[in-house]
Design a protein around this ligand. Structure first.
Ligand code: TMP
Ligand code: ASP
Length: 247
């Protein structure tokens, strides 16, 4: 990868300039962080698993009619994507109370919500990604109102689809985080697409039978068994983890 131009290095991925115009390569690392980089570690093989889970989810969502930045997986750890202008918001969907919501409201984790919640955080590590209300997003011109509505609509559709998909393999989709970007298109200006990744790094999955956490909370909370949990999610999704081309 050393011959490619690094555009940005994040906590779990490196973005390189793509092999075609207006593309980027997402390279998935094994690095894991939590609590805004306070806790650091690695989960062996996580990059390969997250690359392949993201590929599967992006392909299924595009079949559903959700536009995404994903073009194709290039190798075990790399995928080619359209270059987009990321909207600096983390779009979070919740079906069941867990994590920061449980903490904020003093509710025990596991309460199933009457209806799913969609909320936003400002994507700003220095500020600790604070929760941001919709009127603040619009008043601060972080995105347009039609974009906000579209992000909520897409997130709701994605939630409905993925809840069913994971339920089919015995996993309860508790919550997840998405990022969206503007894709420039010569004819229509730009349109919104799902960007970034979808993996156990940015969602919560609980085994329906055992209640076991099968996501990054195993790392965040020092529960152990994170490698096995990520592998098990991939296995149930029918993803092969045979190494193809480790560099
Ligand atoms: P939270 O309960 O900590 O707010 O997290 C909600 C969901 O968002 C959970 O599935 C984990 C995911 N998430 C990220 O992907 N990145 C983050 O930085 C945080 C805080 C959460
Ligand atoms: N994005 C958070 C961090 O880097 C990780 C998390 O809790 O998912 O620390």
């Amino acid at each position: 990868m050393s011959d490619k131009e690094v555009l940005y290095e994040g906590k779990a991925k490196i973005l390189y300039k793509g092999t075609r115009p207006n593309t980027i390569i997402q390279y998935f690392k094994d690095d894991a962080t939590a609590f805004n980089n306070v806790k650091k570690g690695t989960i062996a093989g996580k990059g390969i698993i997250n690359n392949k889970i993201t590929e599967l989810v992006m392909i299924r969502l595009s079949q559903l009619g959700i536009p995404t930045h994903f073009i194709e997986r290039m190798s075990d750890r790399e995928q080619l994507c359209h270059e987009v202008e990321i909207i600096p918001l983390e779009v979070i969907a919740r079906n069941t109370v867990a994590g920061s919501m449980a903490k904020t409201f003093g509710i025990e984790e596991g309460l199933r919500l009457r209806r799913p919640i969609i909320e936003f955080s400002l994507k700003d590590d220095d500020l600790g990604d604070p929760l941001i209300p919709e009127n603040h997003i619009l008043a601060l011109e972080i995105c347009e109102q039609d974009e906000l509505i579209e992000m909520m609509d897409m997130t709701s559709q994605i939630n409905n689809f993925l809840r069913g998909m994971f339920a089919g393999i015995g996993l309860e989709l508790i919550d997840f985080k998405l990022e969206f970007g503007r894709l420039t298109d010569g004819e229509s200006g730009h349109f919104l697409v799902l960007a970034d990744e979808f993996s156990p790094d940015n969602c919560r999955l609980w085994d329906y039978e055992t209640g076991e956490k099968m996501d990054k909370d195993r790392f965040r909370r020092d529960l152990g068994g994170e490698v096995e949990a990520y592998q098990e999610v991939a296995r149930r999704l029918g993803i092969s983890l045979e190494v193809e081309d480790e560099e």
